[in-house]
Write a protein that binds this ligand. Structure first.
Ligand SMILES: *Cc1c(COP(=O)(O)O)cnc(C)c1O
Length: 460
């Protein structure tokens, strides 16, 4: 099985697959301490399409960040603290947010509705009174009022000023505020735009100068930043701005570096690792502030995607196959469409919107010796509902060789970030059922939607 384990890139920490393995029957398994879960058996029991969430993976990744920062702060004799704020928008599901909070994460919200959920948790005392909340995003009046309401109730909540309207409005705010700076650096990422709509330019920020109760400067340079140097460049560029702002705002003492840590969705490309990123961040901030003879600021990161993506896999069964034809013919042997019992456009929307690449692995027949080169098709009636691995192909077992009566099943890895809130109902297909799996206990978090439930969403 060792060979297949390598072939499907399982058990590799740097790829985020360290908890995944293959059993002697060629089936995908997931490990959690002494527990072991057989994904194929779960499909038989609960049906497909199916999302499997493993909270222990979320907790493990958060701990990795804490461990790295702890070591780096000590190594460089850094005299500020480190905080992780979980950006809720990466995945707002309860089974993601609660484990993170209980393991020591703080929260960052992007909207009034996310903050409303924080309020509810706070009122139900589902987290410690020490929790810190940062509020990002353009703020509606509802959002601003809720921030003020929670501040009055003594939640440690810091609004991050996005624009002049918020700056004006928050002059009377009775607590610390942050301000968002637009780093305007070129990074390699799908989201590297010439310009984005968030925050103040360096020039604007310096001309604003003094801000009442300014505690924190924040930036977010983009998501899925693929190069280590691109993660560090905005930190470097921030430091002179921070130092200048600190002169007129002596109470300023936090830098919040936002998100952007990339996930190795493609398992054949090398990616930077947490330790290296963290060391460079700490070193950069330490040396700039020491040189300027000001205290080392507290450091915040909001790496959402990296923490949650590998905690979920999405599993489908193959319901049909046919040869891929072009111009009516040009048959390529071994090239096939495999149709899944779900939808890329609905369940994994980034496949369609940003041509997301995924690691696709068979759930059963993993030790098959003969493969087809496959394009996957969703079961909506939309020609865009497909996954071609960037126009190449995915290798999957040949269906004609299988005879045990079980459908071929496939797992899409790293689906824990961003896909759920973007999910949709094109062709009124049902969303996948969802299981949460932890400590040997399997909980159904979302049943498969019935036709009645889907119809209801559309006023029927
Ligand atoms: C989206 C976002 C994040 C999280 O980004 P990731 O790419 O998931 O790490 C963090 N901070 C802000 C302000 C964001 O908008």
């Amino acid at each position: 099985m060792k060979k297949y384990h390598q072939f499907w890139k399982l058990g590799r920490a740097e790829l985020g697959t360290e908890f995944f393995d293959i059993n002697k029957d060629g089936e995908l398994i997931v490990r959690e301490g002494n527990y072991q879960y057989n994904v194929n058996d779960l499909c038989t029991r609960f049906g497909t399409s199916l999302e499997l969430v493993f909270p222990h993976i979320i907790e493990y990744r958060l701990q990795e960040i804490f461990t790295s920062f702890k070591a780096a702060l000590r190594k460089y004799k850094y005299r500020g603290k480190f905080y992780f704020h979980y950006p809720m928008k990466a995945n707002q599901n309860k089974e993601y947010v609660l484990p993170l909070i209980s393991e020591g994460a703080h929260i960052e919200t992007s909207s009034v509705n996310e903050l409303w959920l924080v309020k509810r948790m706070w009122e139900q005392e589902q987290f410690s009174t020490k929790i810190k909340v940062l509020c990002n995003g353009p703020k509606t009046n509802r959002y601003l009022s809720l921030i003020e309401e929670l501040k009055l109730k003594n939640l440690d909540i810091v609004p991050i000023i996005e624009n002049h309207n918020e700056l004006e409005y928050l002059r009377g705010y009775r607590g610390d505020v942050g301000i968002r700076w637009d780093p305007d650096v070129k990074v390699e990422s799908h989201w590297d735009k010439q310009t984005d709509q968030f925050g103040f330019s360096t020039e604007q920020l310096l001309s604003i100068g003094k801000v009442r109760n300014l505690k924190l400067i924040h930036y977010h340079a983009g998501s899925m930043i693929t190069k280590l140097d691109d993660l560090i460049a905005p930190v470097r560029k921030l430091m002179p701005v921070y130092i200048k702002m600190k002169k007129v705002n002596p109470q300023l003492n936090v830098v919040n570096l936002g998100g952007g840590f990339a996930v190795p969705y493609e398992k054949n490309k090398k990616m930077y690792v947490v330790d290296d990123v963290v060391k460079r961040i700490v070193k950069t901030i330490k040396s700039a502030t020491d040189k300027a003879k000001i205290p080392n600021p507290d450091i915040i990161v909001e790496w959402g995607r990296w923490v949650v993506a590998p905690a979920q896999i999405t599993v489908y069964s193959i319901i049909a196959n046919k040869e891929i034809t072009r111009n009516g013919h040009s048959k390529v042997p071994g090239r096939q469409w495999y149709f899944i019992d779900g939808s890329f456009m609905n369940d994994l929307l980034d496949t369609w919107s940003i041509h997301q690449k995924w690691h696709v692995v068979p759930v059963n027949n993993m030790s098959a010796k003969k493969f087809n080169r496959v394009w996957l098709a969703g079961s909506s009636c939309d020609s865009d509902d497909k996954y071609t691995n960037g126009g190449t192909h995915v290798l999957l077992p040949r269906l004609e060789d299988l005879s045990n009566g079980e459908p071929q099943r496939v797992a899409i890895f790293d689906t824990g970030a961003y896909q759920d809130a973007l999910a949709s109902h094109h062709c009124l297909l049902s969303s996948p059922a969802k299981l949460i799996i932890q400590n040997g206990v399997i909980t159904v978090a979302r049943k498969r939607e019935t036709p009645e439930e889907v119809g209801k969403l559309f006023g029927w």
